[in-house]
Design a protein around this ligand. Structure first.
Ligand SMILES: Nc1ncnc2c1ncn2[C@@H]1O[C@H](COP(=O)(O)OP(=O)(O)OP(=O)(O)O)[C@@H](O)[C@H]1O
Ligand code: SF4
Length: 288
């Protein structure tokens, strides 16, 4: 069952709070474990490499917040300011907010039920004091659950630019992407494009490409052609990505010339171009 649309006051408050945020990007995946949080973290790192760009990363994966660890911010806590919660700053121009900062231990399972989760998402959107921000990246929970719909509803009130959908080349993941795409159409969320993650393995010695997960149906490329959605790029499988994340570092800095870092950069550039070209539409609130 879908949650009812947020009340008029909540929408107005969120709209007011996010007025200082120029671009809002949702990162979605139908399946868990396909690399959505890793992508969100590196989108934030990549955009924040320009010190004149203010970037905010919001992790609303209420059941499995992994952003604090990936950003090297485990154990940090949010502070209450006069006008709301202050994000945790990794750099002067990169602020992070995660439900993980509210847990007493990283192992605490967050098993809140729908209404409480929705309340938490609303609170994040309404009460975090982001300040003047160029890009807000929202790492969402996997699936097309209630949390998604609420996040999209609240964010759509504040003009979302669009969604980036992450998948692996495997059919099980692509099937969920199709559902995710129809969900986006249903809630009138523009789709920036699809990222195929863990596409191939590039041998560090001879640079030969091997398909670890051979696509049976043509992978994301065919899906994007069929559904007339941009394929933003393919990120190869690189074990160093996990190592950088475990250390809370940017893989883009750790291995700048690797095929995966180059792929991330190409995708980030396309997202920047999309945000520059597309002005977010006027409110597209859900009437269901
Ligand atoms: N291109 C890649 N190459 C190698 N490892 C990767 C790549 N992308 C992600 N990973 C690894 O895959 C694992 C899952 O990634 P991540 O946590 O980002 O997935 P997720 O989609 O956000 O999962 P969930 O939705 O369950 O939170 C991590 O260990 C991460 O380091
Ligand atoms: S891809 Fe080439 S270098 Fe890499 S392990 Fe195979 S043969 Fe060796």
């Amino acid at each position: 069952m879908h949650p009812s649309p947020p009340g008029h006051n909540a929408i107005e408050e969120i709209k007011e709070k996010l007025k200082t945020v120029k671009h809002k990007i949702l990162v979605l995946s139908g399946k868990g474990g396909v690399g959505k949080s890793t992508f969100s973290a590196h989108l934030a790192h990549g955009l924040a490499e320009d010190e004149n760009t203010q970037v905010a990363l919001l992790d609303i994966d209420i059941c499995g917040p992994s952003i604090p660890k990936m950003m090297g911010l485990e154990g940090e806590q949010v502070h209450q300011s006069g006008s709301g919660w202050s994000p945790v700053f990794l750099e002067d121009n990169l602020g992070v907010m995660s439900v993980g900062f509210l847990l007493s231990s990283p192992d605490d399972a967050v098993i809140w039920r729908g209404p409480k989760k929705n309340g938490m998402i609303k609170q994040f959107l309404r009460d975090v004091d982001w300040g003047e921000v160029d890009y807000l990246i929202v790492d969402t929970p996997p699936g097309t659950s209630d949390e998604h719909l609420s996040a999209v509803q609240y964010l759509s009130a504040a003009h979302v630019d669009g969604a980036v959908i992450i998948t692996t080349p495997q059919e099980v993941s692509l099937q969920d992407v199709r559902k995710e795409i129809s969900f986006c159409h249903k809630v009138k969320l523009p789709i920036i494009g699809v990222v195929e993650n863990m596409s191939v393995f590039v041998c560090p010695k001879c640079k030969k490409e091997s398909q670890i997960f051979p696509p049976t149906t043509g992978g994301a490329e065919v899906l994007c052609q069929d559904l007339k959605i941009p394929l933003l790029g393919k990120v190869p499988l690189d074990p160093h990505i996990g190592k950088s994340c475990d250390k809370g570092q940017s893989f883009l800095i750790d291995a700048p010339d690797s095929p995966a870092a180059l792929a991330y950069r190409g995708i980030i550039q396309k997202i920047q171009e999309f945000c520059g070209l597309h002005q977010p539409k006027e409110e597209h609130l859900i009437s269901s």
